[in-house]
Design a protein around this ligand. Sequence first.
Ligand code: ZN
Length: 87
Amino acid sequence: MHDADSDKVRDSQYLVLCPECRVHLNAFVEAVREVMQLSQLQMDALLANEADPHRFDLLIHDASERKQNAKYAYLVHLDSHRGASQR
Ligand SMILES: [Zn+2]
């Protein structure tokens, strides 16, 4: 019984990732990581009273844009899975 229940949860909550999904997901994860790292660097600069902590803003903006693009590419690819059965 317990096994059947956990199978049900797995089916409903987790996506089956094809190789291309993984590529997109990894790119998305890396982009999120980049935004986090730049934000951390900015935080460090602020806490250290660095002269120009704003130099990070443009970098964070660019990284955020890459994150959005990576997310969009991933979602478009996921949609292609849903559409596959309709074609
Ligand atoms: Zn896929």
